[in-house]
Design a protein around this ligand. Structure first.
Ligand code: ADP
Ligand code: NI
Length: 215
């Protein structure tokens, strides 16, 4: 079974060879490690967690013209070729299809402790120092401004009218990152998310102070 995990790691590394910095192999490695940490506190099927974490981002729809079937199809083909049991394949594909944040209004069509674990691990990687780095990396990739003082950041920015494909990266904190701590599934996930949330609050405070030349 260890062998299957190793083969999966090699497959995912090859798939993500040209991925942008926020969605590269190291993102997967961090989510995998976070998943193992969270899984220690939960009664779960560890192989499903491992495969779900490793395969959850092999073809992000944002980079495939919005096509959300590419990743699950690839994962299905790969796991079948490895002779993985069909119920495990179905479970892993369900994790991949249901893990995404999607504005938080996305109704989960599937639920399991294994999905909860991998989802928490993926969300943790959007928080804290890494989360800040990934957000600005993504913003740079999309040629977004860092911040625009004319757009007053506030906690109602998760509403549809504030969402824009050209919004400065700071907006993303209000439309997603600061909302995540209240959406965690597991006890371990919640605890780590709280710490990372505090860190981001401190970052924003410092950011605005520096922007105004106060510090
Ligand atoms: P999910 O895996 O929950 O669907 P995404 O793929 O949307 O998450 O996001 C991946 C990373 O890119 C996260 O760190 C996220 O914060 C960041 N990101 C996504 N959208 C934006 C945005 N509009 N501005 C800045 N960062 C973003
Ligand atoms: Ni991810």
């Amino acid at each position: 079974m260890n062998n299957l995990v190793d083969i999966t790691i090699a497959f995912v590394k090859a798939q993500l060879a040209n991925a942008e910095g926020g969605h590269d192999w190291f993102h997967i490695e961090r989510v995998y490690n976070n998943s193992l940490l969270i899984a220690k506190g939960e009664d779960c099927d560890i192989l499903t967690v491992q495969l779900g974490a490793l395969l959850h981002d092999i073809a992000d729809s944002k980079f495939h013209d919005g096509d959300e079937t590419v990743g699950p199809t690839l994962a299905w083909r790969f796991l079948s070729a490895q002779g993985v049991a069909e119920d495990t394949i179905i479970h892993v594909v369900n994790i991949i299809e249901n893990i995404s944040f999607k504005g938080g209004n996305f109704e989960k069509k599937f639920d399991s402790i294994e999905l909860s674990i991998v989802q928490d691990a993926d969300r943790l990687d959007a928080l804290g120092a890494i989360g800040i780095a990934r957000a600005f990396n993504f913003g740079g990739f999309k040629n977004r401004a860092l911040y625009d003082p004319a757009i007053e950041p506030n906690l109602h920015m998760d509403k549809e009218e504030y969402k824009s494909t050209t919004a400065p990266t700071i907006n993303h904190f209000y439309e997603k990152l600061l909302l995540l701590k209240d959406r965690m599934n597991t006890a371990t996930g919640k605890k780590i998310a709280e710490d990372r949330h505090q860190y981001m609050e401190g970052f924003l405070e410092q950011f605005y102070a520096e922007w105004k030349g106060e510090r």
